[in-house]
Design a protein around this ligand. Sequence first.
Ligand code: SF4
Length: 303
Amino acid sequence: MKIRIENRINLYSSYLKEKYGKKVKKICLSTGIVCPHREKTGGCIFCQPETFIENNNFNKIPITEQINRQINEFEDKECLFTAYFQDETSTAGEEAYVCKCINAAVQHPHIQEIIISTRPDYISKQLISNLKELEKKITLEIGLQSIHDKSLAFLRRGHDFRDIENCIDLCSAAKIDLGVHLIIGIPDESLSEIIETTDYVSDQKQIKFVKLHNLVAYRNTPLGELFEKNMIKLPEIKQYIDLLCEILPYLRKDIVITRLFTSNVLRNRTALNANTGSKKIWMNELDRKLRENNIWQGSKRTD
Ligand code: SF4
């Protein structure tokens, strides 16, 4: 009997289905705060702001209106909604302004839970204590990418592993759930180093969600330039799928995988690599490999 992919790995769609039993849609929101890392230093090597949010002109509109506009587009009135502060570094602004934006989502009657995307070095004690007071479930989502400082330096993240640890410590003490982004296939990172990052993530009980990314080189980014000059090699999708199959057994079983592939490669035509095929084809290929090799999320962990 064929075992479905959602039984081998813990997908976000299954998590939502089990938790709510209804369709849940993500409402993507922008605080309008520009990432200070990009402003000050030019930003991460891969950063291409045009790919962040489909409708990025939202950043001039109040949060309640952004939510209402998107909810109104859905015909299914039974649908539930999650507010996702996705754009840039959502917590980098003035404390009062950040609180006002988040509160608008908390108070919106159709929003079930809230996800706030940011950098590990923009999570303060004060922010955590503000979030603890809120009545709706909050998840902080950070770009963790790798636990290896040499990889963080290559990616020009502008922070190091200590910042990641501080952020996780703060969230763990306050019991605020964390989601993390990981880039799988950073140049010069070995498989054992990727597994070390996966092990670290799995050991952090406060990390409940993971977004896995293939590294995309966009045109007009420093990474794109290196790629065009043949100065770096990035894994093809097939190699990326092989890497996923290697690391999934090390990922704690209960961690929910909210992304398996960088999804905007096709939507945004400026991707220089990894743009053959579609997400559906990649998922089918992953499914086939998982079945062929009898791979299960968390099978190499003892918890
Ligand atoms: S932290 Fe995010 S928004 Fe800021 S430079 Fe890096 S990728 Fe871009």
